[in-house]
Write a protein that binds this ligand. Structure first.
Ligand code: NAP
Length: 329
């Protein structure tokens, strides 16, 4: 059946400017790390991407290695593009990345120009695209000179393979250096993608401030701590959940009693605000003015709907924020 997007898709989504760039991103973006691979059900992956677009989620985030197997999330997405979204390419911001292990030998990992350019060429082929909107270096490389990696990103834009570039998992100081090099090359860094949630707060220790000073946007990944910051694990590990899957990155060992006690308290606070815990966890990340978007994952359409509904209650009282701090301590 021909896909026809919801005509009201832009009515309620909020769009936030990424740093001091011209690009706005939806406050909620969808990542294809889990549940879009070759091991997953195509019809469900497709339904989630299309529902996201119908809700105004114009930004979809991928990487070379998403799957499993690595590369298969880009292939799945390529099929959805081909089947449904090709006519809407100009309404979409599609990102990919390279930086983690992708193929054997010395050229399929880290941050060399050789790896970044050839990996992006492979990604474009898998997705059936001429260009991505944002291309990221996925993690800092301790050995490759930062100049080489940043020159590769600049080249990628100049050669038409990407419109903007970003970095992910870079600490504050390295972010500042990367930003300086990119500015000098004439390809400013659009966005940084760090892990950030109530359970993972390293960005508060300098990175957010650096991003604001440099005019770089911020898109927080795993804002729900892979599902831990929802009510789903309060009664054990449900079948089909990420923690139950052998290839899931959330392991049962991460579900400690200490964490679950906090989740229980946070869940009560969310209920008192008239929200699900997932919604409160997303609103909490979005409270920073430096935050452009929360990058969620999903295994079901309903989780995407739940996340977007968080946008109707983003404010926190000082008391609520204090209660969250006390719970997290
Ligand atoms: N740059 C990087 O290094 C990096 C690293 C990791 C991720 N990322 C990006 O960030 C994206 C999101 O990461 P993530 O998937 O870890 O994000 P997340 O939003 O923290 O976790 C998503 C998972 O939480 C569960 N969930 C979501 N909504 C729920 C709800 N309403 N109720 C109950 N459970 C709910 C689902 O798990 P179930 O499957 O159990 O239902 C879902 O798969 C990735 O897709 C990727 O694009 C980037």
């Amino acid at each position: 059946m021909t896909y026809l997007p919801n005509e009201t898709r832009y009515a309620s989504m909020q769009y936030r400017r990424s740093g001091r760039s011209g690009l706005k991103l939806p406050a909620v973006s969808l990542g294809l790390w889990h549940n879009f691979g070759g091991v997953d059900t195509f019809s469900n992956s497709r339904e989630m991407v299309l529902r996201a677009f119908d809700l105004g989620i114009t930004h979809l985030d991928l990487a070379n290695n998403y799957g499993p197997p690595p590369g298969s999330a880009e292939e799945t997405f390529g099929q959805i593009i081909e089947k449904d979204l090709r006519p809407f390419r100009d309404e979409l911001i599609i990102s990919s990345k390279a930086g983690y292990t992708m193929w054997d030998g010395p050229y399929g990992d880290w941050g060399s120009r050789k790896y970044l350019v050839s990996s992006l060429d492979q990604s474009l082929k898998r997705m059936g695209l001429d260009y991505v909107d944002i291309f990221y270096h996925h993690r800092p490389d301790p050995e490759t000179p930062l100049e080489e990696t940043m020159q590769a990103l600049d080249f990628i834009v100049r050669s038409g393979r990407a419109l903007y570039v970003g970095i992910s998992n870079y600490p504050a100081e390295k972010t500042r250096e990367a930003s300086k090099i990119l500015k000098s090359l004439g390809t400013p860094c659009l966005i940084h993608q760090p892990k950030y949630s109530m359970f993972e707060r390293w960005v508060e220790d300098g990175l957010l401030q650096t991003l604001q000073e440099e005019g770089i946007g911020c898109i927080a990944f795993s804002p729900l701590a892979q599902g831990l910051l929802t009510d789903k694990y309060l009664g054990g590990i449900p079948a089909g959940s990420r923690a139950s899957k052998a290839h899931g990155f959330l392991r049962p060992a991460h579900l400690t009693e200490e964490k679950l006690t906090k989740v229980r308290k946070l869940n009560e606070l969310a209920q008192s605000r008239g929200q699900t815990l997932a919604q409160m966890a997303l609103a909490w990340v979005l409270r920073h003015e430096a935050m452009t978007s929360v990058l969620i994952g999903a295994s079901k359409v309903q989780q995407i709907e739940d996340a977007v509904a968080a946008l109707s209650r983003l404010d926190f009282s000082t008391e609520e924020l204090q209660q969250i701090e006390t719970t997290l301590r």
